[in-house]
Ligand binder design. Structure first.
Ligand code: FAD
Length: 358
C-alpha cells in the first residue's frame, strides 16, 4: 500500500515508523531539516540543550527504515477522486493519505505586533535565542504550557522574565493550581501579570489595560491555529481543525488527519504526546486492528523549569486535594481526572488507574 504523509512532526514520523515495515511510506515536508523535538525548543533557547540534541533521527535513519522523506516540499492540493497529492515538486499517487500538518502560533494583531516573536519551529527558536541572549529580558504573552515551559527554563539563566495572561488562571486550571504553578516560577524570579488585556506595544513597553510593562523582547504564545489550508483547499470538512472521527477518518475516503491539525467534537489535542498516540491508533486501523482514540481523556505531561506537572483524565469543577501534590477531579462521585505535581511516576500510575476505570 502507498501511504503518503504530509508533515514530518511527531504525528507524521510516528506513523511512518509504525507502517514502514509493511508499506511504501513517503513523507512530504515543507521544512528543510529532518524531524526535531519541539518540546525541547525552549531548552535550546535557554542554552540548556545543544541544537544537535533536538534531532533524534538523522537523514540516514529514514533511509534505513525505508521511509522516503521529501524535504523542502509543500503539498498544495489533493485530488481525492484520482488519489493524487499535488506538491510544488510534483504529484504523488497514494492509496492512503494522512494529513499531519500540525499548527501555527496564534497571532495577536495589536499595534506593534510586528515586534513580537513566536516559537514553533527551529528557525523561530534561533531568532528568539539570539534576541534573549542579547537583551537578557523576555516578556511572554500567554500563560499556556509553552509560555510556562519557556519561563521555567529561561529563569535558570538569569533572564528577566515576565508573563502576561488575559485570564486570571494559568493553562485553564483552577485558582489553587494556578497559585501553585505561579508560586514555583516566582521562586525563580518570574513575574506574573494575570487578568490583563494587552493593548499595544510602544517602543520598549507593553501597554495593558492596567499598566505599562517594560519589554525589550516579546514572545507571543497564546495558543495554536491548526494548519488546515491544504485540507480546505481540497474540499475536506474543516472547522478550526480538520474534522475527524475517533479513527481519524476525514470527510473524504482514504484521507486521514492526526495531531494538532485534527479536530474531534470540538477537541484539538495540541500536544506531541497526543500526536504520537493518534499515529499509533491510526497505524492499528490501517493494519486492520480495531482501535479508536479517546479524545475526552487528557494525558499531558509538562515541565516548567524543574517543576513537572501532569494533567490526566477529565478536569471538572469539582476538585479535591488527595495529598499535597495530587488534586483529583470528580463527576457524579467518581474520580475522572487528576493533576499531579512534581512526581511523574505517580502521574503515570494515576493515568493507568483512570484509564482502567473509564
Ligand atoms: P507539527 O509538529 O506541527 O508538524 C507538522 C509539520 O507539517 C510541520 O513540520 C510543517 O512544516 C508540515 N506541514 C504543514 N503543512 C504542510 C504542507 N502543506 N506541505 C508540507 N508540509 C507541511 N507537546 C508535548 O506533548 N509536551 C511538551 O512539553 C510540549 N512542549 C512544546 C514546546 C514548544 C516550544 C512547542 C512549539 C510545542 C510543544 N509541544 C509539546 C507541542 C507539540 O510540539 C505539538 O503538539 C506537536 O509538534 C504536534 O505534532 P504534529 O505532528 O501534529 O505537527
Amino acid at each position: 500500500m502507498k501511504v503518503v504523509i504530509v508533515g514530518n512532526g511527531p504525528g507524521g514520523v510516528e506513523l511512518a515508523k509504525q507502517l514502514s515495515e509493511e508499506h511504501e511510506v513517503t513523507i512530504v515536508e515543507r521544512e528543510t531539516v529532518p524531524y526535531y523535538t519541539k518540546p525541547m525548543l525552549s531548552h535550546y533557547v535557554a542554552g540548556l540543550a545543544e541544537e544537535k540534541s533536538l534531532f533524534p533521527y538523522p537523514i540516514d535513519w529514514y533511509e534505513k527504515k525505508g521511509i522516503k522523506l521529501l524535504l523542502g516540499t509543500t503539498a498544495k492540493r489533493i485530488d481525492a477522486e484520482k488519489k493524487v497529492l499535488e506538491t510544488d515538486r510534483g504529484n504523488f499517487e497514494y492509496d492512503v493519505l494522512v494529513l499531519a500538518t500540525g499548527a501555527k502560533p496564534r497571532a495577536l494583531k495589536i499595534p506593534g505586533w510586528e515586534r513580537m516573536y513566536t516559537l514553533r519551529t527551529i528557525e523561530d527558536a534561533k531568532r528568539l535565542k539570539e534576541a534573549v541572549e542579547r537583551e537578557k529580558d523576555l516578556l511572554i504573552i500567554g500563560g499556556g504550557f509553552i509560555g510556562l515551559e519557556i519561563a521555567g527554563n529561561l529563569s535558570k539563566r538569569g533572564i528577566k522574565l515576565r508573563v502576561v495572561e488575559k485570564m486570571t488562571r494559568l493553562m485553564g486550571l483552577d485558582e489553587e493550581l494556578t497559585e501553585r504553578i505561579k508560586g514555583e516560577l516566582e521562586k525563580h524570579g518570574v513575574e506574573f501579570y494575570l487578568g490583563r488585556d494587552v493593548e499595544r506595544i510602544e517602543n520598549d513597553v507593553l501597554v495593558t489595560d492596567k499598566e505599562e510593562i517594560p519589554a525589550r523582547v516579546i514572545l507571543c504564545s497564546i495558543g495554536i491555529v491548526p494548519e488546515v489550508s491544504l485540507a480546505k483547499e481540497s474540499g475536506l470538512d474543516v472547522n478550526k481543525g480538520i474534522l475527524v472521527d475517533k479513527t481519524f477518518r476525514t470527510s473524504k475516503p482514504d484521507i486521514y488527519a492526526i495531531g494538532d491539525c485534527a479536530e474531534h467534537e470540538g477537541i484539538i489535542c495540541g500536544t506531541a504526546k497526543a500526536a504520537m498516540a493518534h499515529a499509533k491508533v491510526l497505524a492499528n486501523t490501517l493494519k486492520g486492528i480495531p482501535d479508536e482514540y479517546d479524545f475526552h481523556f487528557r494525558s499531558s505531561y509538562f515541565k516548567f523549569g524543574d517543576f513537572p506537572i501532569a494533567i490526566v483524565g477529565e478536569l471538572t469543577d469539582k476538585g479535591e486535594w488527595i495529598d499535597s501534590e495530587t488534586k483529583s477531579f470528580y463527576r457524579d462521585e467518581k474520580i475522572v481526572g487528576a493533576v499531579v505535581l512534581s512526581d511523574v511516576k505517580k502521574a503515570r500510575e494515576w493515568e493507568e488507574r483512570l484509564r482502567s476505570t473509564r
